[in-house]
Design a protein around this ligand. Structure first.
Ligand SMILES: NS(=O)(=O)c1ccco1
Ligand SMILES: [Zn+2]
Length: 260
């Protein structure tokens, strides 16, 4: 199942191996604020990331991923649209080749330079991440937009580690990083039922998209674009960029807003 973001193996071809790509709750989507529903009953999102413990940073050939120890409930999110605590499993990014495209979700058609996904799973209901990833309420992903501007001090630890995972399949120690430092000031959000944005595209994600972007520098973004999708031993050296899926049909879904 070699999928990617190229012309032959990209998002337009995924449905051949993953028919759910044409399903009724696919992600990402274009969020049109004036068509969202303000839901005053939505509680705020709570991130309990105090005892946060990243383990490693990893290049899987599609993105760069920071993985966490999810053997207990020490790093969880609660509230918002969620019925219980969801455990942080990993976070990763999607980005463009230059300028300000590269995000997966868009807002009234506006694209951002990148999008950070904090992936959590419903450990109260499912025994493993894999099982949760296949269940309708198994995952909760917080999406944060990145726009180009001043450098982001919290992102330096990540961009300074990317050289260690240049090649597909490379992994490096990356302990003690707390992604709380990557959050914007406001936790106002939109939420809707969707899917993974990469194969296997399971329709198991409650999306929580933060309204406020964070700002990163062009130099910091450039370091993501030096990552390769090819392995160390491969002849071909292909840069990892434009690893985003375009917005998918809403198919009647309602997008709720936590703010008016
Ligand atoms: N891009 S995402 O957060 O929907 C995801 C997580 C795991 C696979 O795809
Ligand atoms: Zn993602």
């Amino acid at each position: 199942h070699p999928w990617g973001y190229g012309d032959e193996d990209g998002p337009e071809a995924w449905h051949k191996d993953y028919p759910i790509a044409q399903g009724n709750r696919q992600s990402p989507i274009n969020i049109v604020p004036e068509e969202t529903m303000y839901d005053a009953s939505l509680p705020p999102i709570f991130l309990s990331y105090e005892h946060c413990n990243s383990i490693n940073i990893y290049n899987n050939g599609h993105s760069v991923i920071v993985e966490f120890d999810d053997t207990d409930d020490r790093t969880v999110i609660r509230g918002g649209p969620l019925d219980n605590a969801y455990r942080l499993k990993q976070f990763h990014f999607h980005w463009g080749g230059k300028g300000s495209h590269g995000s997966e979700h868009t807002v009234s058609g506006k694209t951002y330079a990148s999008e950070l996904h904090l992936v959590h799973w419903n450990a109260a209901k499912y025994k493993t991440f894999g099982e949760a990833a296949a269940g309708p309420d198994g995952l909760a992903v917080i999406a944060i937009f990145l726009e180009i501007g001043d450098e982001h001090r919290g992102l330096h630890k990540i961009t300074d580690a990317l050289y260690m995972v240049k090649f597909k399949g490379s992994v490096a120690d990356f302990k003690g990083f707390n992604p709380k430092c990557l959050l914007p000031n406001s936790l106002l959000f939109w939420t809707y039922p969707g899917s993974l944005t990469t194969p296997p595209l399971h329709e198991s994600v409650t999306w929580i998209v933060l309204k406020e972007p964070i700002t990163v520098s062009e130099k910091q973004m450039g370091k993501f674009r030096m990552l390769l999708i090819s392995g160390e031993e491969e002849e071909e050296r292909t840069r990892m960029e434009n690893n985003f899926r375009p917005p998918q049909p809403l198919k009647g879904r309602k997008v709720r807003a936590s703010f008016d």
